[in-house]
Design a protein around this ligand. Structure first.
Ligand code: GRG
Length: 287
């Protein structure tokens, strides 16, 4: 399954509408324009869909959309920062020129901070009490010094070194896997899921996230800008899962991680079919 499962479209539409309302258009405000430029650009919305599907599986999806929007805002913030000249220096993202090439670096950095800030503000506006505190801490930890920031720091600083497989895995579990895990945890928490449900969904999503990153490396080699919306052969100087394991090895690793992810869903039985279909998509994705 190299295209998104059919049920995805309705989730993507609902998420895009909610994101549109989260950061409303305010003509003439450059930073808000830059935030919307990235946030509303064509995206798979995988992390937000994971939030919603985890909540559904735990019995109620009606409180999950704000957590889904917040994770998308964090993700969009990280994309802007990742693309900056001092990091990946990427020209293209989501099929469009990157924010800093359109608006300049200063506005891009402010837009990234704006999106991160909005993510936490959004949680605060939509949740109360212990749930609000827990979700805010969950996302802050995912972004923080054991999460995206740690993974990115190690990745950026290691460009010219040969990395061990363990180091590569640690970098990408943090850069990508942790936010997927937090998305599933947030969805389950918003629905009042049991500790067992939360643990199973988090294990699923962390492995799914690492598989997602392995395929990201793969698509840098075998994909096209039309498929991925990004420049390809951009990681040629870096140690990646493909430079380590080859194209076939990386594909097998992604499939193995997706199988491990799906096994974690066993306690849910057939009710987890959509998350299973998402794992099948990730293992074979071309976008
Ligand atoms: C302060 C939020 C924050 C981050 C600082 C810059 C940084 C640390 C981390 C970078 C994390 C990053 C960009 C990891 C790559 C993850 C990845 C595979 C992105 C592509 O995701 P897709 O394919 O993109 O889901 P779409 O466009 O579909 O949403």
């Amino acid at each position: 399954m190299s295209s998104l499962p059919r049920f995805f479209a309705a989730y993507q539409d609902a998420i895009s509408d909610a994101l549109d309302a989260m950061v409303p258009a305010t003509p003439g405000r450059l930073v808000a324009d830059a935030m919307r430029y990235t946030l509303l650009a064509p995206s798979k919305r995988v992390r937000a869909v994971v939030v919603l599907l985890a909540a559904e599986l735990c019995g109620r999806a009606d409180r999950a959309m704000a957590a889904a929007c917040a994770v998308e805002a964090i993700h969009a913030s990280s994309l802007i920062l990742d693309d900056l000249p001092c990091m990946d220096d990427a020209p293209l993202r989501r099929g469009r020129p990157t924010v800093h090439t359109v608006h300049g670096e200063a506005v891009a950095i402010l837009a990234a901070f704006g999106l991160l800030n909005e993510a936490y503000a959004h949680l605060n506006r939509h949740y109360d009490g212990a749930l609000c505190t827990t979700l805010t801490a969950l996302y802050a930890d995912a972004v923080g010094l054991d999460g995206l920031i740690a993974g990115q720091a190690e990745d950026v600083l290691a460009t010219d070194d040969l990395l061990s497989f363990d180091t590569l895995e640690r970098i990408h579990r943090r850069k990508t896997g942790v936010l997927f895990g937090a998305a599933a945890t947030a969805g389950a928490l918003s629905a009042g899921g049991s500790p067992e449900d939360i643990a199973a969904l988090t294990a699923y999503a962390k492995n799914l996230g690492l598989a997602f990153q392995v395929v990201d490396d793969l698509l840098d080699v075998v994909g096209t800008p039309e498929e991925t919306g990004k420049a390809v052969r951009h990681d040629a100087r870096k140690t990646t899962f493909v430079s380590f394991s080859g194209v076939e090895g990386a594909r097998e690793l992604a499939q193995e991680l997706c199988r491990t992810a799906t096994q974690a869903l066993k306690p849910f039985g057939a009710r987890a079919a959509r998350l299973g279909a998402l794992a099948d998509f990730v293992a074979a994705r071309r976008l």
